[in-house]
Design a protein around this ligand. Structure first.
Ligand code: ZN
Length: 463
């Protein structure tokens, strides 16, 4: 059997896996260190443990104490329930809010307060005074409601503490002001990582993934959430890195890291960042130099052109480009179509196999999204499916068993004379954490017009 040169398989994008591996190693190491530290921390006297337990039970009060200025925000929520929008607010509602503001320590002059509650002013004058106090504090009337009040006191939600997020969205829900349960903020427990630890792990993941300097990564502020979703009730951490302009405006989140409760970036390394334009350019440059594939760019390009992806409605967490993705258990196939505008789509992460790696994309898609420079099929070429069948039959005749392996179809190089399909049969590589890559076991070269198998056998890069 003829051995096929290794060069072609290099075009598969192996560099991605190094990138992933690097991220995972770093994060694993970090979280192991964290775990050790936490075990140490647990060796504390029983009395202290008991005290902490009581403290946890009293969490409701404890939270209230750690959050600044929440009473008048809650009052504004109550007013929203009872009165609706600002222009519907009664004078009493406005006075209630102003009183709560004063209780929270916001500057409301004693004279104004006395005037609002006394008998010297007419109703209209009191209305005018109340409006003046509120608009001076919170801006134009049509902007005033509990959310803008919270933002005025605490800053943009990205800057909120875990306690603020938890309290605000929980209270909002309890009062019936917010009915969406697709994302629920939680409070970490005493045994959980601290916010600082999570930020450190996430920073390290982004830093090492993008080769940033400490200074670069420190220039982004972290928005940390600890949450469950309606499709995943295991708490997870999300750290989004953002920048804030001098005007307080939040400028996007170019990098985000999703972590398990224990601080591992395992399930979503693909989510390590939507590239900033500068980063994307840099990657493109590197790609040109090294001719390796970086999945995110092409995966995203392909995604932009798609109206539908595929998924497993019974708890699947990835979206797929292939209805018969090799990574999915056979009994879940074929996968169901999912329009990309469906809210569900936003909760799924790219499949590390059929989205992140392009090996299993059709030749047409490889060409369309510029995955290597292959020859375009001519009008007299047999179909890809036929080429795979011819390759499979020829290998079986040679005593090879491509059964259970997954075909990846290429053509000869764009500049080569021959019209040939090259079909690999790949094994999936997995470890306890899931899919890690593919290993081409067999190859077959098929004449694209006659369908004759020119050569086939074991792939050299095997092992
Ligand atoms: Zn897939």
């Amino acid at each position: 059997m003829k051995q096929f040169p290794d060069d072609l398989s290099r075009a598969f994008g192996r560099a991605d896996k190094e990138f992933v591996y690097q991220v995972q190693c770093t994060v694993k190491k970090l979280s192991e260190e964290k775990r050790k530290e936490r075990t140490m921390n647990k060796k504390i006297p029983f009395g202290v443990v008991l005290f902490l337990a009581i403290l946890l039970l009293a969490m409701g009060t404890a939270i209230a104490l750690t959050i600044h200025n929440w009473k008048h925000i809650e009052t504004a929520m109550d007013i929203a329930v009872e009165n609706g929008a600002y222009w519907e607010w009664s004078l009493n509602a406005k006075i209630r809010l102003i009183e709560a503001m004063a209780e929270d320590g916001l500057a409301v002059s004693e004279g104004d307060m006395a005037a609002l509650k006394g008998d010297d002013l007419t109703e209209d004058e009191k209305q005018e005074l109340a409006d003046r106090i509120l608009t001076e504090q919170y801006g134009e009337e049509h902007f005033i409601y509990y959310y803008t009040i919270a933002v005025a006191e605490w800053g943009e939600p990205q800057t909120w503490t875990l306690e603020q997020r938890y309290w605000f969205f929980k209270t909002e829900r309890e009062k019936g002001l917010y009915l969406d349960n697709s994302w629920i903020d939680l409070l970490p427990e005493e045994t959980d990582l601290t916010r600082d630890e999570v930020v450190r792990i996430a920073r390290e993941a982004v830093r090492s993934a993008y080769g940033m300097t400490d200074e670069e990564i420190e220039s982004y502020a972290p928005n940390v959430s600890f949450f469950i979703t309606d499709v995943c009730d295991t708490p997870r951490w999300m750290v989004e890195f953002y920048t804030q302009g001098e005007d307080g405006q939040i400028h996007g989140s170019p990098y985000s890291v999703l972590l398990t409760r224990d601080g591992e970036v395992t399930e979503d390394w693909e989510n390590l960042g939507v590239l900033t334009p500068a980063q994307a350019r840099l990657r493109q440059e590197r790609q040109k130099e090294t001719a390796v594939d970086v999945f995110t760019m092409r995966g995203q390009m392909r995604l932009q052109d798609q109206n539908t992806v595929f998924w497993n409605p019974e708890g699947g967490k990835h979206y797929h480009f292939l209805a018969d993705c090799p990574m999915v258990n056979a009994d879940k196939l074929p996968l169901k179509e999912l329009p990309v505008w469906d809210a569900q789509f936003g909760l799924l992460t790219p499949c590390p196999c059929c989205v992140s790696l392009q090996d299993f994309w059709s030749l047409k898609d490889k060409l369309r999204y510029d995955v290597g420079s292959w020859k375009y099929p001519g009008p007299d070429w047999i179909s890809e499916e036929e080429a795979v069948e011819k390759a499979r039959a020829a290998l079986e005749e040679e005593g090879c068993s491509p059964e259970g392996l997954y075909p990846a179809v290429y053509s000869t190089g764009a500049l080569e004379e021959e019209d040939r399909y090259i079909v690999y049969f790949d094994a999936l590589l997995t470890d306890p954490d899931g899919f890690t890559g593919v290993d081409p076991i067999y190859y077959a070269i098929v004449d694209a017009c006659s369908g004759e198998v020119v050569s086939c056998g074991e792939s050299e890069s095997n092992g």
